[in-house]
Design a protein around this ligand. Structure first.
Ligand SMILES: [Zn+2]
Length: 235
């Protein structure tokens, strides 16, 4: 299983510990975008503040969750371009009587009975088109990796989970997020292989990671990408 939700422990930003030179008697914790800032009295032993940080872990995670959901992620097509399965397309819009999507060269043109690309009904239409296309792309990716690794899940489901990129059940059923189709192809591949490797090891032991590394030697790099940029796929 790979968690992508920023509120989960693996995604907590690093701690920045500031020892106060002044007579600072309390421990204060502030959650920032890129760090958890902990201010402590100058001579406080490490184990004391570490215990306090652990005790307040739930509060920290709640703060992170609030910060990240309140920050609105712009859908990629508002920048008039979209990358799906590693393919970047220019996004165009036309007003028309019927809903349609047309692919010509590197352009993806959406049309419908609304005045603009950012009309709510058009947004819903684009989301549906993209999630369908992304799901199909992910299915194909899984098939490729099943053929390449010889690891065959009992079932594959492409879905839109809110708190993980993928999972593998003890019965060998694999679930993957279609949003991975919008990440770099190597990142999507890593998650596919990660879940397939759970068919061999249903844990995150060194043996599990050795299996992953056989096919994806630079998996650490892709995990890092997911931690840094994963939230940008949620719009
Ligand atoms: Zn896993």
């Amino acid at each position: 299983m790979i968690d992508h939700n920023p509120v989960l422990p693996s995604d907590i930003p690093p701690l920045r510990v500031i020892r106060s030179a002044k007579r600072h008697r309390t421990i204060s914790i502030r959650v920032e975008d890129d760090a958890i800032v902990v201010r402590i009295p100058a001579t406080l032993p490490d184990h004391v503040w570490k215990t306090e940080v652990r005790r307040r872990q739930h509060w920290i995670m709640n703060m992170l969750r609030q910060m990240r959901t309140s920050r609105t992620t712009q859908p990629p097509w508002t920048q008039r371009s979209l990358t799906l399965g590693g393919d970047t397309r220019h996004v165009a819009f036309s007003q028309a009587e019927q809903w349609y999507v047309r692919r010509t060269g590197t352009t993806l043109e959406f049309g419908g009975p609304v005045p603009a690309l950012d009309a709510p009904a058009m947004q819903r239409f684009i989301r549906r088109v993209i999630s369908d296309e992304a799901s199909r792309w992910m299915q194909d990716r899984v098939s490729d990796w099943v053929a390449q690794t010889g690891l065959a899940p009992s079932a594959v489901r492409i879905a839109d989970p809110k708190s993980r990129w993928g999972s593998c059940s003890p019965k060998g059923r694999i679930m993957l997020s279609w949003r991975l189709a919008l990440a770099p192809v190597a990142v999507a591949d890593y998650v596919v292989v990660h879940e397939l490797c759970h068919l061999l090891e249903l844990n995150h032991s060194p043996r599990f990671w050795a299996h992953v590394a056989r096919w994806i030697p630079d998996h650490r790099h892709h995990r890092h990408w997911l931690r840094q940029h994963g939230h940008s796929l949620f719009w």
